[in-house]
Design a protein around this ligand. Structure first.
Ligand SMILES: [Zn+2]
Length: 429
């Protein structure tokens, strides 16, 4: 009893000695400069495969170089380059009992180069009927990876059109799936059917921008600081503006990653290896972080600080942010402990119904058991600027961003130093 008491007292004393106020090492001016650059109109909203996103990539790599980071093993100039397949519908013709179906009522989900059906007995017929859940049935059919012709009740026009619109824009994939599902809106049966369809396939070049500070004594143990640098690019114009600048989403996070690299380079005391990475293609489904995660052993990753939208005041007011998946490990508690004596506070994610934990770039590593969490301040339930052309620098609170970055730096110190190791989280599957 006594012994425990002494140890506890000692630890408390040590703890209080270690308490430090935010260092003032991150400057408002520098934070503003970085966000301003990344969200400028000449970056064209950092859409995939545009000169704009290339400009952003070059800027981030240049910042990493000036800070004095090293490229990851096997990469050059901080570019972790890879290619991926883009699949986009090209030509469609569907004939039911001799009558051509309007293209608007056809939704085809397949990664194959084409479909050529002529009342094939191998094609299964299914229905999504009034009263069923359209999205559940849709998902079930896609996952079965069969060859299916699906008759969809007209009641589901809005859900159908929503999916159709995104499918027509094409999608990126790492693995080409074999199934083929043809959904027809407002068709209820068929004695005969013909489907002629082709996809256009293209290899797309992408790159994450990543740099590191090798650990002084525990080089194999990795701590990752990340954010995504891509955004939506050019979208539907609103009052003449069509550039989705993505100042909050996620130029603010990338700014944090660059600033933290600078912060830890200056401290120059990281026992563990720190990786700073700006991911590509998050907005297309976490493609960049998925590739990044495939290039390392998840067991080597001690923790991941993913930073997503820290541009505006959180639900809890100034000097606060939330951590997704707070209860899945003790990552949040460790961070919170390191902030004792400061004005800043981390909270558990107040929007569990939004499933944010699995909606950002931490998801791939989290699913593999890594304490990989996202830090954010966004009031996602009422953020009217989210994914609009108005997500611009002028709407952000620079001082609050700087405070958040300093809090992340300070709260991560014991993990960086190797004195704290957050608990692994349960693996998915
Ligand atoms: Zn984002």
């Amino acid at each position: 009893m006594k012994r425990t008491f002494i140890i506890v007292t000692l630890l408390a004393l040590l703890g209080s000695c270690a308490v430090q106020k935010p260092s003032g090492q991150v400057s408002n001016k520098d934070v503003e400069r970085i966000i301003r650059t990344l969200s400028a109109d000449n970056m064209q909203g950092r859409g995939i495969s545009t000169p704009g996103i290339e400009k952003a990539a070059a800027f981030i790599a240049d910042e990493f170089k000036k800070i004095g980071l090293q490229s990851l093993n096997g990469t050059k100039d901080f570019r972790q380059a890879f290619t991926i397949t883009q699949i986009k519908p090209a030509t469609t013709e569907v004939i039911i009992d001799g009558n051509q179906v309007d293209d608007q009522n056809v939704l085809i989900i397949t990664d194959r180069t084409g479909i050529n059906w002529n009342t094939d007995p191998g094609v299964e017929i299914q229905h999504i009927e009034a009263g069923q859940s359209f999205f559940n049935r849709y998902r079930e059919i896609i996952r079965s990876e069969k060859q299916v012709l699906v008759f969809v009740d007209e009641q589901f026009a809005s859900g159908f059109n929503h999916i159709r619109e995104s499918v027509m824009n094409g999608h990126l994939t790492n693995e080409v799936k074999k199934g083929a599902a043809v959904f027809l809106l407002g068709v209820h049966q068929a004695k005969s059917f013909r489907v002629n369809f082709t996809n256009k396939t293209e290899r797309i070049a992408l790159a994450n921008i990543a740099g590191m500070l090798p650990g002084k004594s525990r080089e194999k143990e990795l701590v990752i600081f990340s954010a995504h640098y891509d955004h939506l690019g050019i979208i539907e114009p609103v009052q003449g503006d069509s550039i989705a600048n993505g100042a909050d989403d996620d130029a603010s996070g990338v700014t944090a990653v660059i600033s933290l690299a600078k912060y830890y380079k200056k401290l120059n005391n990281n026992e563990r290896t720190l990786i700073f990475v700006a991911f590509t293609a998050e907005e297309l489904g976490g493609i960049g972080s998925e590739y990044f995660s495939s290039q390392l052993n998840p067991d080597d990753v001690i923790a991941m600080f993913n930073i997503e939208m820290i541009g505006k005041e959180s639900k809890f007011g100034k000097n606060s942010a939330f951590i997704t998946g707070y209860d899945k490990s003790d990552f949040g508690q460790i961070l919170q402990k390191n902030l004792a004596g400061t004005d800043f506070k981390f909270y558990p994610d107040p929007y569990p119904e939004q499933n944010l934990f699995y909606r950002s770039d931490n998801a791939t590593l989290a699913a593999l058991g890594v304490p990989a969490h996202t830090i954010s301040t966004d009031q996602i339930d009422k953020d009217k600027l989210y994914h609009t052309v108005d997500d611009e620098l002028e709407t952000l609170d620079i001082k609050n961003i700087t405070a958040t970055i300093e809090a992340i730096g300070l709260s991560a110190r014991s993990i960086v130093a190797g004195t704290d190791t957050p608990r692994r989280i349960p693996k998915l599957k």
